[in-house]
Design a protein around this ligand. Structure first.
Ligand code: HEM
Ligand code: CU
Length: 485
């Protein structure tokens, strides 16, 4: 393997940032398994196999949705920081500060949801937090939103540090996106793919978090002074701008593992082409403006916004997917890449991301959305790209960090194959349910729907078992890694 000779192994240099990356990954792994178990409980309840109080179902749904989105960001932050720190100088205390705020926020959210009974969903759509019809007290809604705010502030500081480091290293965010190369044909200071992705993430996540914080503060004011109303359409726009951009950015964080590891494993560098830069710039703009695809059924929205939401959703996903997918294929093709657990996870992630976009694009079509809106199709599409696209990227870094040789032991790639099969089975059941118009977010299902719920429960068990194998491998080596670091 040419790994050590072709590219600098700067990321392997012991430093404090590395320690934080390890702790992030450990926290990600543990919370991930817990949240998956919460998901399993929900699926078992829908299957009719587990009697679960509907109020508890919605609390678990809120904990699961919020927790998973948070964990996607935490794991994504670990991956991106790990690779970005080889290209720019980052202050590692920011990682510690963000983790502290994250954990305090998580405790607040767990108390608010599981003890206080808050169950307004991860989208906390106004005016639901304030109007619970007595299901949860006001303090629970307040505590949940405060917890979210803490997590958001932590990530905002984190994003600003990433932006600062890129500006210090490359001159400006525009140069981080490679505009001097793209528009002026410069060949100097060409940003590597990881820097381009990180620049995009810093820009869009900062904007998302500001909108999120604004609407959370507005909701908190409304909870304290119910006489002060919020324009519901404004609140919904802010929430879905925040939610859409934030969760989308997590996969732009994790994709850096593909840009960095595939080249090392094949000895072929991933060059930054102008097409690559153009794709990232186009997506930077579009990911910010396509969120109205979450409001296609809101008649109060202007028609042009819905039309833009549909058309741009088609265009948005493809540029980065194509440059990443084709780039990965070009690097892997006849490279002699050894088939092991890490390479299998990376290739699975490319598949999961690309295939997962298809049901998303279908749902962003207004004519389809009128039927599919709020059916199981929606969790079908996002579980697809998060479970089979985003998570394998995070697992790939975990396993990469603990393998002693350049490849993992022979046969371990079977674990990735099994994970893919169980995962595909699991998400297909959501999609099939959606196809049959089974509504999403229903604690209890009709007997006709239960067969999909039951198969999904069995598949979820497999997904959880393999996730536990990946995470346990990482955790088992963690003490040794921390001592090295
Ligand atoms: C074994 C793995 C998993 C299981 C069993 C599971 C199960 C579920 C179930 C049953 C629902 C509710 C569906 C409904 O009736 O509307 C749900 C919703 C959700 N899940 Fe998962 N899930 C898993 C993994 C994930 C992962 C990996 C993520 C993200 C990284 C995720 C994010 C979400 C989100 C954001 C929601 C929406 C909650 C809401 O509607 O407010 N899940 N999941
Ligand atoms: Cu969206």
């Amino acid at each position: 393997m040419a790994e050590a000779t072709i590219l600098p192994r700067a990321v392997h240099v012991a430093d404090r940032g590395r320690l934080w990356v390890m702790l992030y990954l450990a926290a990600t792994g543990l919370v991930l398994i817990l949240m998956m178990l919460a998901g399993l409980l929900m699926r078992l309840a829908q299957s009719g196999w587990l009697p679960l109080d509907p109020a508890l179902f919605y609390q678990l749904m809120t904990v699961h949705g919020t927790g998973m989105v948070g964990i996607a960001a935490l794991g994504g932050a670990a991956v991106m920081w790990h690779f970005l720190s080889a290209h720019v100088r980052l202050h590692s205390w920011v990682m510690g500060g963000n983790l502290a705020l994250f954990l305090i926020g998580v405790v607040a959210i767990l108390i608010a949801d599981l003890i206080g009974g808050f169950a307004g969903g991860w989208t906390f759509l106004y005016p639901l937090p304030a109007i619970s019809q007595g299901v949860w007290p006001v303090w629970a809604a307040v505590l949940h939103l405060l917890g979210l705010l803490l997590v958001g502030v932590g990530f905002l500081i984190w994003c600003l540090e990433v932006a600062r480091a890129i500006i210090a290293g490359y001159g400006s965010l525009a140069r981080g996106l490679g505009w001097h190369v793209l528009f002026a044909g410069s060949t100097r200071d060409v940003p590597p793919p990881t820097v381009v992705a990180a620049t995009m993430v810093a820009i869009v996540t900062t904007l998302a978090l500001i909108a999120g914080a604004a609407v959370i503060v507005m909701s908190l004011v409304n909870l304290a002074f119910p006489a002060v109303p919020i324009n519901p359409l404004l609140a919904k726009n802010l929430i879905y701008f925040f939610g859409h951009v934030f969760i989308n950015a997590t996969i732009y964080m994790t994709v850096t593992v593909v840009y960095e590891l595939l080249p090392r494993m094949t000895g072929r560098p991933w060059k930054t082409s102008r097409v690559f830069l153009a794709a990232w710039t186009v997506s930077t703009v579009m990911v910010l403006i396509i969120f109205p695809h979450h409001l296609l059924m809101d008649f109060a929205m202007p028609v042009w916004a819905a039309a833009l939401g549909q058309v741009l959703s088609y265009v948005n996903s493809f540029p980065i997917l194509i440059v990443t997918g084709l780039g990965a294929l070009a690097i892997v093709h006849r490279s002699g890449l050894k088939w092991d657990l890490v390479s299998a996870l990376l290739l699975l992630s490319m598949f999961g991301w690309m295939a997962g976009v298809i049901p998303a694009v279908i749902d962003a079509t207004i004519a389809v959305n009128s039927v599919m809106h709020n059916t199981m199709w929606v969790p079908g599409h996002f579980h697809f790209y998060l479970l089979l696209g985003l998570l394998p990227m995070i697992f790939a870094l975990m396993i990469h960090l603990v393998r002693h040789e350049d490849v993992t032991p022979h046969g371990s790639d079977l674990e990735a194959v099994l994970y893919a099969l169980f995962g595909l089975g699991f998400v297909s059941m959501f999609l099939l349910g959606g196809w049959a118009s089974v509504p999403r977010r229903w604690a209890q299902h009709l007997p006709e729907w239960m067969v999909w719920d039951q198969i999904a429960s069995v598949m979820a068990l497999g997904v959880i078992a393999l996730t536990t194998v990946f995470v346990a491998r990482f955790l088992a080596h963690l003490p040794a890694l921390l001592r090295e670091g």
